[in-house]
Design a protein around this ligand. Structure first.
Ligand SMILES: [Mg+2]
Length: 290
């Protein structure tokens, strides 16, 4: 039996719902009673608001429930609360255009370096608010399931090795850092095997902003918060997944839980492995109702 938390921060795809197109009713059913009780819930997702419950999450909750709901989206880019039942962005990390253009240049340079030096093909998604996504497995489609799949790790490592990149993911992250410096941008690269994402913010910025907001409204302490995700696992030693960014100097005394079933030694030592995917997270939420 887990303790009762006053605030729960959680990832969306792969943690609260199976995929972006999957029905949200189960998640909503588990969330609503907690919001009624005044428990703060914060969805912390790499995606943007259009991809959370079809861009209409407010339709699923009452105005009173929405007052306890927060969205931290776009890997650090946007933080929302709800006012009179409507989402309202209270903080963002959208860079000025000059910096955004440099992020694009950095990603193009990464693409070129991989192509020229190693004959390694990538595609780049540029249309994100403050980062780009470099597709490292251009021949491997994920379909609707946007979360990390175990076999992808092995495939990527194998393909990289075939192209003479023995440094693994660390090599890609270092390359991003190095090219970032060339443009005087401190980049925050993350990699989940299929995508190397390069931007200036991460889920750390979301949890810090939302926790700060909650602290302005309540006396909730860091140790009264839980953080759930399915991507804590790192691809390599010392490099952890996107949900591990929820662990910051502000949130560190909270409790962190991983619902992924991936068998890996590359998990941060502060996360508790629960496994069981979406079901297990929703069961936790239901168990939190007094
Ligand atoms: Mg996820």
């Amino acid at each position: 039996m887990l303790k009762k938390y006053k605030a729960v921060f959680f990832d969306w795809d792969g943690t609260a719902v199976m995929s972006r197109k999957a029905p949200v009713e189960e998640a909503v059913k588990a969330m609503a009673p907690l919001l009624d009780e005044g428990v703060k819930l914060a969805i912390i997702s790499g995606t943007t608001i259009e991809n959370i419950a079809g861009g209409e999450i407010e339709k699923y909750f009452t105005e009173k429930q929405l007052a306890n709901l927060y969205l931290g989206l776009g890997r650090g880019a946007y933080n929302y609360m709800f006012q009179e039942g409507k989402p309202c962005c209270f903080q963002n990390m959208i860079p000025e255009e000059r910096i955004l253009l440099n992020i694009h240049r950095i990603c193009f340079d990464i693409h070129m370096e991989l192509k020229e030096k190693f004959g390694f093909d990538t595609d780049i998604v540029f249309s994100r608010p403050n980062y780009c996504k470099i597709d490292l497995m251009v021949n491997n489609e994920r379909g609707d399931n946007l979360f990390l799949q175990e076999s992808e790790l092995d495939i990527l490592k194998k393909v990289m090795a075939e192209h003479g990149m023995e440094g693994g993911i660390k090599q890609l992250m270092d390359l991003a850092d190095e090219i970032g410096k060339k443009y005087q941008v401190t980049v925050v690269p993350t990699c989940d095997a299929k995508y190397l994402e390069v931007g200036i913010s991460s889920k750390s910025d979301n949890v810090n902003a939302i926790f700060g907001r909650i602290q302005e409204e309540t006396d909730i302490k860091p140790e009264e918060c839980a953080y759930w995700g399915d991507e804590y696992v790192g691809i390599e030693e010392g490099i952890f997944g996107s949900d591990s960014f929820m662990y910051t100097s502000v949130t560190a005394s909270g409790d962190f839980f991983d619902v992924s079933d991936i068998n890996s030694k590359n998990r941060p030592d502060w996360v508790r492995i629960i496994g069981g995917g979406v079901d297990s997270f929703l069961k936790f939420l239901c168990g939190q109702i007094i």
